[in-house]
Write a protein that binds this ligand. Structure first.
Ligand code: PXP
Length: 252
């Protein structure tokens, strides 16, 4: 099985910074530390309301990722403003996410099936600019097929419902994991690269990492929380070790 990549989402370093309107903690410093600790790339979501990551953060993150030859995964809504920012920076990847101002976090996947007509030309322009386009979708057969139809090269499967079910010890956790596995297999069959993310912690990372078609995990909130107690580097190293363990066990 191929090595699973880890993208570290540093949005919530900016959340803490913005809570006091100070210049610290600096998400760019967190990105440097994450890369030094073994992250394969950096993920950042520039929200329409700029509640965490700012435009200046994206400028700097794009610059350090370019300097270090590491991928920046730019998460953004499908809007003309975000498309223009993506085209200006040409990050390694753009992950298209749904966005509602009232939500605390990205609550569900992008409805690619319903948004087909609006999403297709945006995907075409981003791909033409050399950006790898990923669609953040729920693990649902119609959404996987729609992601392929709009021309996305990658799907990122929303693991939030599964992770929440595990944390809350809900009986549907196993069924939600089965949906992730089925969507990953379908995506790979269609020639899409499969990623996964949202809500992953030390407990849920192993079952997700064991899904053979998954090539990359994007993890943020839990790691930033854990960093308060053990530091960002050790939190990332522990996550990385659990990912590698899960992969090794899955192939044994
Ligand atoms: N992937 C996507 C597309 C996301 O929107 C987020 C949250 O910004 C993540 C991964 C990371 O989720 P979490 O912060 O819960 O680990």
């Amino acid at each position: 099985m191929t090595r699973l990549r880890l993208g570290v989402n540093i949005d919530h370093v900016a959340t803490v910074r913005n809570a006091r309107g100070e210049g610290y903690p600096d998400p760019v410093r967190a990105a440097e530390m994450a890369l030094a600790a073994g992250a394969d790339g950096i993920t950042a979501h520039l929200r329409e309301d700029r509640r965490h990551i700012s435009d200046a953060d994206i400028d700097q993150l794009a610059a350090i990722c370019r300097r270090r030859g590491r991928p920046l995964n730019f998460e953004c809504a499908v809007t003309p403003e975000m498309e223009a920012i993506a085209l200006a920076h040409r990050p390694h990847a753009a992950c298209l996410v749904p966005e509602r101002r009232e939500e605390v976090t990205t609550e569900g996947g992008l409805d690619v099936a319903r948004g087909h007509n609006a999403i297709t030309p945006v995907v075409r322009r981003l791909v033409a600019a050399g950006i790898r386009v990923s669609a953040f979708i729920d693990p649902d057969e119609a959404q996987v097929a729609a992601a392929k139809a709009v021309g996305a090269q990658v799907i990122e499967l929303h693991t939030g419902a599964y992770c929440e079910a595990v944390r809350e010890k809900k009986p549907q956790a196993e069924a939600l994991l089965a949906k992730l596995k089925a969507a990953a297999a379908q995506g790979a069959e269609l020639g899409l690269e499969v990623h996964a993310g949202h809500g992953i912690d030390y407990e849920t990372v192993k079952p997700v990492a064991a899904i053979p078609e998954v090539m990359e995990l994007n993890i943020g909130h839990f790691l930033i929380g854990e960093a308060i107690f053990i530091g960002l580097g050790p939190a990332i190293q522990r996550m990385r070790a659990l990912m590698d363990e899960a992969r090794a066990q899955a192939t044994a």
